[in-house]
Ligand binder design. Structure first.
Ligand code: GCU
Length: 617
């Protein structure tokens, strides 16, 4: 169709008027030249390789020249030039721009059968058979180009719940094909591996990381991978979590496991990204949010140099709001990466308009970007024509890349960049920007305000199920475990009088979160069990405030609908209608959240819902 959102934020007009002066180079240089020739609206433009500049993907972009140490740096400069051209303010031009992190990686949770764990935009572009042949190659190239345009330089192609089969020759051959297509765009391939692979594939009797046959198997496997993909990035590992095998199965530590893989990868300069999302293992039964740090703290300093510990932004699991994960405060001698979830598992999936850059910036307001060496984002793309399902979910992919390049950029600036490039300059940009910037808070309000968490329906995690309890499930999967509502009040006491999860935080946060009087409202019920009649700082009781916030969330969505009505003249019919329909779904869902959740909590609070709402039924 004429307008299906397939072109993302890359909507340059074909001009074919630029004269590009460039040195001889490889494929990346060719791409840089072609992009400029086609889309640059100036006349002469020069690409310059300057080996005196740092070799860090950075570039200098001036009015008529782009200069970098490397070809990929030049390509990034070209996309910066084209971005600037699309924007009404050209403030980005000039000076040296280099990424904060050398690893800016998408994590795809794609399964080998083409399905995607927590994917809401179709099937895997890597593993689904639908796209074979020329279209497939084209799609992979478009994927790589979109990533390069925002500086993403790595892709973990398969699910962290990894099938051992990914390491068989059949799959490695197709991974090589993908690597060859995306390499010119500066993107390295990484794989998730199943820790039990050698045993599961029938080569060894054990997967014990200290067993010589196991170690040799991994060394040989890694060598085989590098013979196919010389610039292979490395492994991502989820071990001893949610049923995945790991070193604990053999009485070994996470460090034993990670280091074994690291040793196999080191001669090739590959890395291991070892996830700290571990619960239900050694510290089973303990408050789940404390388990990651308790599993890893004694191992600080024991990992090889090419191991990076990868942790989710919060200590639980990608909730609409969580306090930051305290593991970032504590592992002083271990390299760390943050894992953000671009795919909206717990924020309305591809049906709700929720712009996540504000959430990620909130994380960075607690965790300094300086204590990380890289950043990973769980991708939201699939083989849907528009890549991400919801047209506005594309903004989350965009924002992830921009923040991975420069975490000091504001959520506001990134939103405006995205709006102008995606919808042009005539749209009611400020209203749309406000909508995006307030959308995450709206989602928190209508789903689980005041620090409530994990009130989600089992398994699919889309709608509400605050009363959820199943004896056959681990208690950490049951919503009732998290809100602990009773006749006295609601919330999870993690203060020093409760599970003492606050003790994992650095000051001033430890004391601030511990004390009911100083704990920020946004985290109140995360850290405290609070009486229904407790008076909040604004004078309202907890119950009244809770009700008010559910209504506020709904009113926000109503205001988004108004803003979108006003945008109609500036947006093509197809994307406009799609968003319009989805906003109605979002509103209906928000009401369902309010009705179900407040209705259920009311059975404990025994108080009326007094909120004087303005006509939202
Ligand atoms: C969440 C998600 C799972 C995923 C897990 C992980 O629990 O629901 O699908 O596998 O996170 O990050 O490993």
């Amino acid at each position: 169709t004429a307008e299906d959102g397939h072109n993302l934020w890359l909507r340059y007009e074909t001009l074919n008027k630029a004269h590009v002066i460039a040195p001889q180079g490889g494929k990346t240089m060719q791409i840089a030249i072609e992009e400029l020739k086609k889309y640059w609206n100036g006349k002469d433009i020069k690409l310059v390789i300057d080996k005196r500049l740092k070799n860090d993907d950075g570039f200098i972009y001036d009015a008529d020249s782009i200069c970098s140490h490397s070809e990929i740096g030049l390509l990034y400069g070209v996309y910066e030039a084209l971005r600037t051209q699309q924007l009404s303010t050209n403030s980005n031009a000039g000076g040296y721009s280099a990424p904060k992190y050398s690893r800016r990686i998408l994590n795809h949770w794609d399964n080998l059968d083409g399905s995607i764990e927590r994917g809401y935009a179709g099937k895997s572009i890597f593993f689904s058979s639908k796209l074979k042949g020329y279209d497939w190659e084209k799609r992979i190239m478009e994927y790589a180009r979109a990533n390069a345009s925002i500086g993403i330089n790595g892709s973990v192609l398969n699910n962290v719940n990894a099938s051992p089969k990914i390491l068989t020759k059949e799959y490695l051959d197709s991974i090589k094909n993908i690597a060859d297509i995306i390499r010119p765009y500066g993107i390295k391939v990484y794989l998730s591996v199943n820790f039990g692979s050698p045993m599961a594939l029938g080569y060894t009797k054990t997967a014990d990381p200290l067993d010589v046959t196991v170690r040799n198997w991994w060394i040989n496997k890694v060598n085989e991978i590098y013979s196919l993909i010389p610039d292979f990035g490395g492994f991502l590992v989820k071990a001893n979590s949610e049923g995945q095998p790991g070193p604990f199965d053999y009485g070994r530590t996470h460090a034993d496991g990670a280091n074994m893989l690291a040793d196999a990868l080191a001669p090739h300069k590959g890395i291991v990204m070892w996830r700290s999302f571990v619960y239900g293992a050694k510290h089973k039964g303990e408050d789940r949010v404390k388990q990651a740090l308790n599993e890893f703290k004694d191992l600080d300093g024991k990992f090889r140099n090419n191991v990076i510990l990868q942790s989710k932004n919060g200590p639980l699991d990608f909730q609409p709001r969580e306090p930051y994960a305290p593991i970032f405060d504590n592992m002083k001698h271990t390299k760390q990466m943050a894992e953000f979830q671009i795919t909206q598992e717990y924020t309305g999936q591809s049906k709700h308009l929720v712009y996540l850059a504000t959430m990620w910036k909130e994380f960075f307001s607690f965790v300094s970007p300086d204590c990380l060496v890289g950043i990973a984002g769980v991708s939201n793309i699939g083989d849907d024509t528009n890549w991400c399902g919801h047209p506005f979910s594309q903004a989350n992919w965009y924002a992830f890349g921009r923040l991975a390049w420069d975490p000091s950029l504001s959520a506001d600036l990134i939103a405006h960049e995205w709006i102008q490039q995606t919808f042009g300059q005539n749209i009611n940009e400020y209203a749309i920007g406000d909508m995006m910037l307030t959308s995450r808070e709206a989602c928190v309000d209508y789903m689980m305000p005041l620090g409530l968490h994990h009130l989600f329906a089992f398994d699919h995690h889309y709608g509400p199920q605050p009363d959820g309890y199943k004896a056959e499930y681990p208690i950490e999967w049951c919503p009732v475990y998290y809100h602990k509502a009773d006749k006295n009040g609601i919330g999870f006491d993690r203060s020093s009088k409760g599970t003492n999860a606050v003790s994992q935080y650095r000051e001033p946060y430890r004391s601030m979160f511990d004390n009911l009087q100083t704990c920020p409202d946004e985290y109140l019920l995360w850290f405290h069990h609070v009486p229904w009649d407790y008076k909040l700082r604004n004078g309202d009781t907890l119950w009244d405030e809770l009700c008010g916030l559910y209504y506020r969330g709904i009113e926000q969505v109503v205001s988004f609908q108004k803003i979108w009505q006003d945008a109609q003249p500036y947006v093509d019919e197809e994307r406009w209608s799609k968003v319009n329909v989805l906003l109605q779904v979002q509103l209906d869902n928000a009401k369902e959240w309010r009705n179900y959740t407040l209705g259920y909590f009311q059975t404990f609070s025994k108080q009326p819902i007094k909120y004087d709402f303005t006509g939202v039924s």
